[in-house]
Design a protein around this ligand. Structure first.
Ligand code: CO
Length: 290
């Protein structure tokens, strides 16, 4: 009988010890969330107003939430480093967040299409998931244009953001980045959605298809005289400033002017418009439930 009592006592204290160990473990596992905003990056200081707007809008949508940034472009990060500005790559940022005790990282891609940059980001984020003593969950949320609903929202926002002075007979030409990645098709996809609203809006790209020549074909066919040029990129950075609006002969502005079009430039990145940023925020809200 006495032996049984001792046995029970030992068993009970063991149970207690296990319990407190479990509690300690649970305590260590307490969720510490962080949002990691990941953009391509820009080396043009004035273009930062667009990223600043994203930062402001995300902080409004996710109050009291830790928010960090990373740039996917190594070229941009190297360029910035030379002027003493450091930006983390996604891998650097995730490693730091793990070290700082964050458990749940919500990675938001601020890219336009799900191209190379986004897919590399997905791979990087997945490598950091469930690392021993590291991050337990990393959720990567999609770029601007992916689903049918994204297209409806984005085309509506783009229409709302057209300059008020633009007349219905004038064309608006958007310069997208373009990609050799299969998702380049999203530019033609967006064109389809935009045409449901306005037949004189055209989408071209610098590094993919459709090209400026395709756009010019439409301008000629429709006997357009005046063209508004706008970037279809998050920031009005290097491409917008130089390839779109630059004074060099091969800029879109020069090419169109040399063909006799009257050209008006709007140097404003997509992310400067709140209704565009709202789409990225919506994507993150859909994932943000842990
Ligand atoms: Co480029």
């Amino acid at each position: 009988m006495k032996n049984l009592k001792i046995y029970l006592l030992v068993l009970l204290s063991l149970f207690g010890a296990c319990n407190s160990l479990l509690m300690a473990e649970n305590h260590a596992m307490e969720a510490k969330k962080v949002i990691l905003l990941v953009a391509f990056g820009t080396s043009v200081p004035e273009a930062n107003v667009a990223y600043q707007n994203i930062d402001d809008e995300f902080r409004k949508a996710f109050p009291n939430q830790e928010i960090r940034w990373a740039y996917t472009s190594k070229m941009i990060r190297t360029k910035l480093k030379k002027s003493g500005i450091h930006f983390d790559s996604p891998a650097e940022a995730l490693a730091k967040l793990g070290e700082q005790g964050f458990t749940h990282v919500y990675v938001q891609s601020l890219h336009i299409i799900p191209g190379d940059e986004y897919h590399w980001l997905l791979t990087t984020a997945s490598r950091f998931n469930n690392m021993p003593k590291g991050l337990k969950v990393t959720v990567a949320s999609s770029p601007l244009l992916v689903t049918h609903n994204d297209m409806l929202l984005a085309s509506k926002a783009i229409i709302e953001n057209l300059p008020a002075e633009r007349k219905a007979s004038e064309a608006v030409v958007f310069m997208g980045h373009g990609s050799h990645h299969g998702s380049n098709i999203y530019y033609s996809g967006l064109q389809y959605y935009l045409w449901q609203h306005d037949k004189y809006i055209y989408v071209g790209t610098v590094e993919g298809a459709p090209e400026l020549e395709d756009v010019i074909g439409h301008l000629e066919k429709n006997k357009i005289k005046k063209v508004w040029l706008m970037p279809l990129m998050a920031v009005a950075g290097d491409h917008a400033k130089n390839d779109m609006a630059g004074s060099e002969e091969d800029s879109w502005k020069s090419v169109l002017e040399n063909k006799g079009y009257q050209v008006h430039v709007v140097l404003k990145g997509m992310a400067e418009y709140d209704n565009v940023v709202d789409i990225w925020i919506k994507h993150l809200l859909e994932k943000y439930d842990i």
